[in-house]
Design a protein around this ligand. Sequence first.
Ligand code: PHE
Length: 451
Amino acid sequence: MAARGEFSSRMAFVLAASGSAIGLGNIWGFPIKVASNGGGAFVFTYVVLTFLLAYPILMAELVIGRHAKSDTVRSLVKISSPGTKPLAFLTGYWGILTASLILSFYAIVAGWMIAFGLGSAADLFGANQYSEWLTKFSLERNLVFVTIFYVLTIGIVANGVAAGIEKWSTRLMPTLILLILALIAYISTQDGAGEGWRVYLQPDFSRVLNPDLLISALGQAFFSLSLGVGTMMVYGSYISKSENLPRLGATVAVMDIGIAFMAGLLVIPAVYVAQTNGVTIYNEAGALIDSDGLIFNVLPALFETMGAAGVIVSLVFFTLMTIAALTSSISMLEVPVAHAQESHGLSRKAAAWFVGAVILTVSVVIVFNFSTLFTLVIDLTTKYSEPLIGILFCLFAGWVWKRNELLKELQQGQPDMENSLFWKIWPAYVRVVCPVIVLAVFMHSFGLLNL
Ligand code: PHE
């Protein structure tokens, strides 16, 4: 196993895992969901579900991954008894399929980010006819940029853990955070922002148990932390045994929520500022117009109010979004690639290009059938698959894996684990509480249980 990669330091892992977690889910997905689910009530439910469910499941993935040091299928098989092996295969492959399908829609949106970035660059040089093509929804544009995004993703993954994934993940975060903070400061000077913050920060508690809101917040909590597909299990497999896992996991979770929350502080007021400036955002029924394109309408409208500086801000923003998307997409592709490499003996390069090409083909099919497939694939993978697989991971950590082995794994890097608060709460939690909550939310959203 000498060829297995490992992150070179704790910082490198935190940045790579945060890089995976922080992406379009935080800055494109989260604000759209907040806006279409009535604001603060969604924010509240999402934060509660992240602490209640997502963090414990993140820990399940990390600890299984680091113990088994293998791809998802083999990791789950390794901790299984003979009787549960078939379930391990099923769960592992379902995760690989879900990770691949997530990449197939994610890359399309990431392609838009590149196109908008180039659009601002074109504006900067006065080449407006190009920027119009780049920022207008079209089949050709979508095909060109989804392909470019795949080439970038595959290129990084083909280079392996330290040289590829790690090098890229360690650069982005500080710049992204600073830019968002600066934009929040700017938007606070605009008319309409106050109303946006009120909607964002004041939860209407009567909506919190709304079935659509709950299932959407559940999916978002999983998606945003990259859970329920095996990404964090594979990343966990690259963590050194000397690290304190619960602390690493908590750092990643807090960074992820923090960035999503900040993105909301920017985008939701931007919606209201745009509305004040005459941009139509809601239709008569009160639903968001063109919700997938929300930030592609609202933020450029905001940048325009900044005059000449807006073009540069826009360029920087979309460039950073592209990088944020890349540090996530590489972690998706890593799931099938690690499997092709470790279970089927392909070289990393061959695995990355072969698997990448297959998933690109799926993206192309989605691009050609955008109106029917795009939202469908998003809903199937994020609302349903991820939480269900997440629960299967819990069952593996809580029931299938022997408790003393689990403890032994956690003691590496934290010798006093047995007396820690984490060990007092978490094992029972992943065994019972997490599966029950997810099941309850599902039944509630299908009308089978009245919460
Ligand atoms: N967490 C990423 C985001 O918020 C998306 C992701 C999902 C990444 C699943 C890996 C696996 O953008």
